[in-house]
Design a protein around this ligand. Structure first.
Ligand SMILES: [Zn+2]
Length: 219
């Protein structure tokens, strides 16, 4: 094997290759952080956000690297959000990891709540909530109407038994919307959180595969 970075592998190969490839870090999602209050608490006390292990080298020592300012869209009363980035102390590794709260959709920079309101008519939006532009909403809808096949392969190969049962229940031709709904029903996830929860699971299982977005890094 040579040591050049290969081009991104096709999906099936992604699923079987090790996640311990050398990379310089990325984004982690803090599943428990669903409110701004909780996020603020953890930004103030970085230990609450600090990853227990570095996903790249499994080292257990990470330091706060810097604090990033982000301007998420669609959040009520919030213009600027501070996000912590940690760096692995292992000199061989030095991967950096920014940790996002679960209420923020990675890569989209929208809060999950406005995305849920905009794409799922059965969830009533609070009147003061900012609305996404029509084009943005249409893109999200199109993505949710598309085939869930890639996600099903991922969940079937890496998911828990409960998650595998979800795939079996919706069938191979399901849309992403159908998968999101069935996953929420079977695992008892509140309606407002069903997109965010499945997106976080997908993200944890495989970097580079997205529930709402086609490629990592696209905007
Ligand atoms: Zn590391």
């Amino acid at each position: 094997m040579d040591h050049h970075d290969p081009p991104p592998p096709p999906v099936e190969e992604c699923l079987t290759s090790s996640r311990k490839r050398k990379y310089k870090g990325g984004t982690l999602i803090a599943q428990g952080v669903r409110t701004l209050d909780e996020h603020g608490k953890r930004v103030a006390d970085a230990d609450l956000y600090r990853p227990e292990i570095c996903p790249a080298c499994e080292g257990s020592s990470l330091h706060v690297h810097d604090r990033l300012e982000r301007h998420p869209r669609g959040l009520i009363l919030v213009a600027v959000l501070t996000v912590l980035r940690f760096i692995c102390a292992n000199p061989e590794c030095r991967a950096t990891w920014r940790v996002l709260p679960a209420f923020l959709a990675r890569n989209l920079w929208w809060g999950w709540e406005p995305i849920a309101h905009a794409t799922q008519p059965e969830i009533a939006a609070p009147t003061e909530a900012p609305e996404p532009p029509t084009r943005t909403r249409q893109r999200w809808m199109a993505r949710l109407r598309s085939s869930a096949r890639q996600l099903m392969v991922l969940l079937a190969s890496r998911g828990t038994q409960a998650v595998q049962a979800v795939g079996a229940a919706v069938g191979v031709n399901a849309t992403r919307t159908a998968l999101v709904r069935e996953h929420a029903v079977q695992l008892g996830i509140p309606v407002l959180w069903r997109l965010a929860t499945l997106a976080a699971l997908v993200d944890r299982l495989e970097r580079g595969i997205r529930l709402m977005w086609r490629w990592a890094g696209s905007a």
